[in-house]
Design a protein around this ligand. Structure first.
Ligand code: GAR
Length: 214
């Protein structure tokens, strides 16, 4: 069974969606560790409730970014994590972690990349006036939300949407595609060729707008 480590900074609803997918039998992986940079993250309560080990690792306790991410990599390796899942981790991951887990770190972003990377993807979409937005699961490289795209789900954006209403619509899709992407990874069905991610099996798996997931 694939061991996964989760990094989260806040509420942790995506973390919960992964937990629920595991407990419901949809996802056959084991969460070996939650790491958070935020002592007040609600994700910690979720970890405790479900018997998942957690660590609070704060950047200010380290001399620099390399030391911080080397330490995180060490803790993940100590638990034998083979995939690192960024579930609302609100930092640009440092190269020390990326080098240790090449093509083994995935992130969920609340926009259709390459549009609206960085923070507040939903607000950026509302302010820009796009008619469609959504969410993206992608591999993490050293850029900001620039790694190869695994899967996306699209939602409409209405003229009277607010950041909050659009976030809520997108979040429902996040909770579907994130466990799904982890499932594909766990089943060894994801191949990276340059910028392109090929999902083995059904061709339609690459272009889901209504994922048939959980
Ligand atoms: C999610 O919408 C996720 O896509 C976003 O933060 C939220 C975390 O919610 N991530 C980013 O913006 C990363 N740049 P959650 O803590 O309830 O999963």
């Amino acid at each position: 069974m694939l061991n996964i480590g989760v990094l989260a900074s806040g509420r942790g609803s995506n973390f919960q969606a992964i937990i629920d997918s595991i407990e419901g039998g949809y996802l056959k992986v084991k969460i070996v560790l939650l790491i958070t940079d935020n002592p007040n993250a609600y994700a910690i309560e979720r970890a405790k409730k479900h018997g998942i080990a957690h660590l609070i690792i704060k950047p200010k306790d380290f001399s620099d970014k390399d030391a911080y991410y080397s330490h995180i990599a060490k803790e993940l390796k100590a638990k034998d994590a083979r995939l690192v899942v960024l579930a609302g981790f609100m930092r640009v991951v440092g190269k020390k972690l990326i080098q240790e887990f090449q093509d083994k770190i995935i992130n969920i972003h609340p926009a259709l990349l390459p549009s609206f990377p960085g923070l507040h993807g939903q607000k950026q979409a509302v302010d820009y006036g796009v008619k469609m937005s959504g969410c993206t699961v992608h591999f993490v490289d050293e850029g900001v939300d620039t790694g190869p795209i695994i899967i996306q789900a699209a939602v409409p954006v209405y003229h009277d949407d607010t950041e909050e209403s659009l976030s809520e619509r997108i979040l429902k899709q996040e909770h579907k595609i994130f466990p799904y992407a982890i499932k594909l990874f766990a089943e060894g069905r994801i191949k990276v060729e340059g910028r392109k991610v090929i999902i083995e099996g059904s061709r339609e798996d690459n272009i889901l707008t209504n994922p048939p997931l959980i």
